[in-house]
Design a protein around this ligand. Structure first.
Ligand code: SF4
Length: 452
């Protein structure tokens, strides 16, 4: 969970422009929503402030995915009310306004996820903009909350799936894909502004375009269809790393693997498998649950031996038996995934999974989580060790006095490992260096820059 108070460059205490303090909570998709709202606010002449106190208004972009995230959102709203008093709430928790008003009846307005216009309307009502065409000049890529060298690129909103543990479709609605040309234009602006890595996100990236019947749109001299493969190929021409997140193992995903093998997009797939037992997957109502994933993974590796596979899993799903769990452990051994996250099932209020079968006791969940992590840890460590002695391209994220931090093509920001890079010549943030890998530990790699 991520909390950021965002400050604008050049915010000026004496400026007559209204000042807004912004809190962004939740996942990368929510972060992109925050970026869009902030970009619009800056375009209209609002300034951003680091502090709630002294601002004209606070906007809290909330997360409502898990009960713990809801609690965090409600507490951030409470802080904003205490420190400022004028608060507008948006984001996933905004889809359940009564949850907010019960605790915080004095918020000025509540809007749901992706309701950018409504947020802006509420801001205009609370603090009208002061338009100044000179102050309002914006960088063409908009305001990014990520460091300058990487950016999240949201290709669609909402989701057509109905996984039983998830309330996102209820909060964010059905799938709405952006036309391919819109996505590409945004990506192009980002790359022109210095972004070196585009992180493609959505709720279900492989379903991109289904809702708009894969409609083509004009980009440069031709048409690009709103298809996962076509969009990936076009993004790969922009000269930045392209990383694909939240991809389900539908058969058509196989078509994108050759693009990874030829270097058009990064050889990296983030596939949230969630479980391996067919019975559990069926109860979860997972998309592409029927696909033979182990065979699939084998084929992906034949086509692109360097591919990095990341996934997430849930243990202790209602009705999960010891046999289901053992099946998951065996599957892990065979799949040999590179990076894995594991969650203990959390009975989110409103999720249909809670009533499907008996809930698994907390101590059993805990025990399974530890066993899962131990099993996967050995696999991840083994796979990482194979990189010792190789040369990897590493994008530099942070400069240190002797050793800088970066990521290889196998590491997405925030969720994967770090490459610690020693270098004779000073490195720059966003630079891509060739690094000879000398050592691996459980999660991270260590090496020396040998080429720039
Ligand atoms: S794919 Fe499933 S888990 Fe992901 S957002 Fe859609 S319903 Fe939720």
């Amino acid at each position: 969970m991520q909390v950021e108070k965002i400050a604008s460059k050049g915010a000026n205490k004496d400026s007559p422009a209204p000042k807004v303090s912004f809190v962004s909570l939740g996942c990368p998709k929510a972060l992109v929503d925050s970026e869009r709202i902030i970009t619009r606010l800056r375009a209209e002449g609002y300034e951003l402030s680091r502090e709630h106190a002294g601002s004209d208004l606070v906007i809290v972009n909330t997360c409502g995915f898990l009960d713990s995230a809801k609690a965090e959102s409600l507490s951030a709203i409470g802080d904003a009310l205490r420190e400022n008093g004028k608060v507008i709430v948006t984001g996933c928790l905004g889809a359940e306004p009564e949850e907010i008003t019960k605790q915080h009846p004095s918020v000025l307005a509540i809007t749901g996820p992706q309701q950018y216009e409504s947020v802006l309307d509420a801001v205009h009502r609370a603090v009208p903009p002061k338009h100044d065409p000179f102050l309002d000049l914006l960088p063409p890529e908009g305001i990014k909350l990520t460091p300058r060298h990487y950016a999240y690129l949201k290709i669609s909103e909402g989701c057509n799936n109905r996984c039983t543990f998830c309330i996102i479709p209820r909060l964010r609605g059905d799938l709405v894909s952006r036309p391919a040309a819109d996505v590409l234009r945004e990506a192009e602006k980002l790359v022109t502004a210095g972004v070196q890595e585009l992180l493609v996100i959505s709720q279900d990236t492989s379903a991109y375009g289904v809702d708009i019947k894969y409609a083509a749109s004009k980009w440069k001299d031709g048409d690009v269809r709103a298809k996962f493969l076509d969009l990936s190929r076009a993004l790969g021409t922009l000269g930045a790393w392209v990383r694909l997140h939240y991809v389900y193992p539908y058969p058509h995903v196989d078509d994108v693997i050759p693009l990874m093998a030829e270097g058009t997009v990064l050889p990296y797939l983030d596939v949230p498998f969630q479980h391996a037992s067919p019975k559990v997957l069926k109860r979860m109502k997972r998309p592409a649950a029927q696909e033979k994933t182990l065979e699939r993974i084998k084929r992906w590796r034949e086509i692109c031996p360097d591919i990095t596979l990341r996934s997430t899993f849930i243990v202790g799903f209602p009705g999960e038996t010891e046999a289901d769990f053992e099946m998951l452990l065996d599957w892990l051994d065979e799949a040999e995934l590179d990076r894995v996250g594991c969650f203990r099932y959390e009975p989110v209020r409103g999720a249909t999974a809670n009533d499907l079968a008996e809930l698994v006791a907390d101590d059993v969940k805990e025990d399974r989580w530890h066993r899962f992590m131990q099993r996967q840890q050995k696999i991840s460590t083994r796979r990482l060790k194979r990189k010792v002695g190789t040369r990897q391209q590493v994008i530099i994220d942070e400069i240190g006095p002797t050793v800088s931090k970066g990521r290889s093509k196998a590491d997405a920001p925030e969720i994967d490992g770090t490459v610690y890079v020693a270098s004779k010549r000073p490195l720059r943030v966003g630079e891509i260096a060739t690094v000879k890998i000398e050592r691996a530990d459980e999660y991270d790699l260590h090496g020396t820059a040998v080429g720039f």
